[in-house]
Design a protein around this ligand. Structure first.
Ligand code: TYM
Length: 344
């Protein structure tokens, strides 16, 4: 078996409000992983333009996600923070992988079906091949672990399938060019903990998302303490007291969601949180959740604000990150071209 260097890669789209789902499902884990792994965290602006973006808004969002990465505690000196469009090899590898992936594989992608809706003939080709660009992002760095929310699971499975097919299709050439049995590692999705799918505060059966028309459905990174408190107090619940056992959360999506959020914010299990709040009313629990959410999120919001006021600093971080990302990407891309049989 080929041994690969352990490397974490993940990305966030710069397409508007970052919310609690992005934080608990992904970004909070980015911070943890930097203690034990070499990490590459990307602002995936090439992905953002698969749906229309206003250039000025896109520029601001790229800087805002960068500020969020730094504000949560990712160290841009020890690890790599960069925006995807500064490293041309993402698009280059995506093309090679377009020729490895099969149409039938893409046709199974549920997120494309959801995003395209009834207007499938009219969405961009980019939206359709989006998961292949995502596979290229990961494989370009030969990443071994990818922290993401539950909604990205299918895309990660596709990335593994593409890696495996490349390794098989080009097996002889991989060996002949001195890369052993496999060129790409099969990236492992890291989807763990009590909040891998944070749900809307207005409807516990719908995912919390930046595209929900109701701002009350989500808590944004930039919300102030009063707004966070209001949104949690107004969050939908049911009339029963909270259960004491985890089984009691079945068929109670709103209760399950709020308990999951609390657990993830405090790094505890849901069962443990129910030991504290089980049998009590939602109002008491919501007060505690407000305190906890404000304590965790407010410092991030104020640090983001401070950083966003200094776009020269943000741009320096991105330029430095891109230069370091490019080194890894360029070396791997040269190897891919060699394996495929390109000359030069
Ligand atoms: P994006 O920008 O939609 O979301 C960023 C991260 O947040 C997670 N997330 C959630 N987690 C829990 N509950 C929610 N309600 C919730 N909403 C979003 C997402 O799962 C994601 O981890 N395709 C990716 C971006 C991407 C990428 C990559 C990720 C492009 N290339 C390579 C990893 C590796 C996306 O659209 O994420």
């Amino acid at each position: 078996m080929t041994q690969f260097v352990q490397r974490v890669f993940s990305g966030v789209q710069p397409t508007g409000n970052l919310h609690l789902g992005n934080y608990l499902g992904a970004i909070a884990k980015f911070v943890e992983l930097q203690k034990t792994h070499e990490c590459v965290y990307c602002i995936v602006d090439l992905h953002a333009i698969t749906v229309p973006q206003k250039p000025e808004t896109l520029r601001a969002s790229i800087r805002e996600v960068t500020a969020a990465y730094i504000a949560v505690g990712i160290d841009p000196k020890k690890h790599i923070i960069f925006n995807q469009s500064q490293v041309a090899e993402h698009a280059e590898l995506a093309w090679v992988l377009n020729c490895v992936a099969r149409v039938g594989w893409l046709n199974r992608m549920t997120q494309f079906k959801e995003k395209a809706g009834k207007d499938r003939e009219n969405v961009s080709i980019g939206l359709y091949v989006y998961p292949i660009l995502m596979a290229a992002d990961i494989l370009l760095y030969k990443a071994t672990q990818v922290p993401v929310g539950e909604d990205q699971k299918q895309h990660l499975e596709l990335a593994r399938d593409i890696a495996q097919k490349f390794n098989l299709d080009y097996g002889e050439s991989i060996a002949a060019t001195g890369h052993g049995e496999a060129f790409f590692p099969l990236p492992e999705p890291l989807i763990q903990g009590p909040a891998t799918r944070v749900m809307s505060l207005r409807d516990g059966t719908k995912k919390m998302s930046k595209s929900d028309p109701s701002d009350y459905s989500r808590i944004n990174f930039t919300d102030d303490a009063d707004t966070i408190a209001q949104k949690i107090r107004k969050a939908k619940t049911d009339p029963e007291p909270l259960p004491s056992e985890i089984e009691g959360l079945g068929n109670r999506p709103e209760a399950d969601n709020l308990i999951g959020i609390y657990a993830a914010l405090e790094n505890r299990s849901k069962a443990d949180v129910l030991q504290t709040f089980g049998g009590g009313q939602f109002s008491t629990f919501k007060n505690a959740l407000v305190d906890l959410a404000v304590a965790k999120l407010e410092p991030i919001a104020s640090e983001m604000k401070r950083l966003c006021a200094d776009s020269a600093y943000i741009d320096d971080v991105l330029a430095d990150g891109a230069a370091r990302a490019r080194e890894i990407a360029a070396a791997n891309m040269i190897a891919v071209k060699n394996i495929v049989g390109f000359v030069g």
